[in-house]
Design a protein around this ligand. Structure first.
Ligand SMILES: C[S@@+](CC[C@H](N)C(=O)[O-])C[C@H]1O[C@@H](n2cnc3c(N)ncnc32)[C@H](O)[C@@H]1O
Length: 297
């Protein structure tokens, strides 16, 4: 899936900063990712390291449906996507757009009475809809209106690649021995043991902010949530886990913004260069940094 804030570009920088025992043994006894999103880090680590147990969380229940379907019914998911793909491509270009809106409508109608608690065949169809929407919508965004309806318009791709069976099969293999939960990041706490490795990639603190934005963010992750997360980081640190967290660097916009230095005082904070599609003063200066915060050296 395309996912806002996906970390593919930063994986080399993250790998260079893995805890020493993980680098030496190429093994991670327990891996947790409380904000999994598109899972760039998880899939990368799964490809290159032995991970014995993993726990993935995200508050987005529809995204978690996709993970569970990849884990439990990936062949049915391939079949569903094959059907959607055929229907999409057998239409003329102008009708493809109308087809996108039909699926979006179906997806939103389904949501109103969807049973998110009990796994069923309906989950496969819903995962198929979301993968299709993700691959054909504008910029692969996931955005809901106040009624909880997915409202991203049709994208401008000439030849969107809707699915790739091999990628789905690999994802299915990667997700074996993985526990997947929909919920707030704090619910992962009980699974954290000494020496667990936890990678945290919360929603960005918005770069273009006005003072009225302090406790509210469009994605529902406010400065208060960032502070709640810093307290959580501290608790996991006390448990003896290895922690790596990434976030946007507010100093890109305002060199006097010490928000993260304040809430992660005492931890190792680094700034690394990142390419990001944003439009702000910092970009004109050509310096966009990302923060990497760790509790180990
Ligand atoms: C920056 S994205 C993670 C991107 C991911 N690293 C990737 O490579 O695709 C942040 C994720 O946090 C999730 N999220 C937002 N608030 C959350 C919360 N309170 N608890 C858990 N997950 C949350 C969002 O749904 C989103 O998928």
């Amino acid at each position: 899936m395309k996912w806002a804030g996906g970390k593919t570009q930063l994986l080399d920088l993250f790998e260079a900063r893995l805890p020493k025992p993980i680098k030496e043994t190429k093994a991670i006894p327990r891996y947790l990712e409380p904000f999994v999103g598109g899972g760039a880090m998880f899939f990368f680590l799964k490809n290159h390291y032995r991970i014995d147990q993993s726990y993935l969380f995200d508050i987005n229940a529809d995204l978690i449906i996709c993970y569970k379907v990849l884990q439990n019914n990936h062949l049915e998911l391939i079949h569903t996507l094959e059907k959607i793909n055929t229907e999409f491509w057998q239409r003329a270009e102008t009708e493809r757009k109308a087809f996108y809106y039909q699926i979006r409508e179906l997806y939103n109608r389904q949501q109103k009475s969807f049973n998110y608690q009990v796994y069923s065949g309906a989950w496969v169809e819903r995962a198929g809809f979301l993968v299709f929407l993700n691959k054909t919508c504008y910029n692969g965004l996931f955005r809901l209106n106040r009624q909880g309806e997915f409202n991203v318009p049709y994208g401008r791709y000439k030849k969107p690649k809707i699915y790739d069976p091999d990628t789905i099969k690999k994802a299915n293999l990667a997700l074996r021995n993985t526990q997947i939960y929909s919920g707030d990041f704090s619910e992962s706490e009980k699974f954290v043991t000494p020496n667990s490795f936890v990678y945290l990639d919360p929603p960005y603190r918005p770069l273009n902010r006005t003072s009225s934005f302090t406790n509210y963010s469009k994605d529902g992750f406010s400065d208060l949530d960032q502070k709640r997360l810093a307290a959580y980081f501290q608790r996991l640190d006390q448990k003896g886990a290895y922690l790596m967290l990434s976030n946007s660097d507010p100093k890109n916009e305002n060199p006097h913004d010490h928000f993260f230095e304040t809430i992660y005082k005492g931890y190792r904070i680094e700034r690394v260069p990142a390419k990001r599609h944003i439009n702000c003063k910092a970009r004109k200066r050509g310096v966009i940094n990302e923060l990497i915060i760790r509790n180990y050296s």
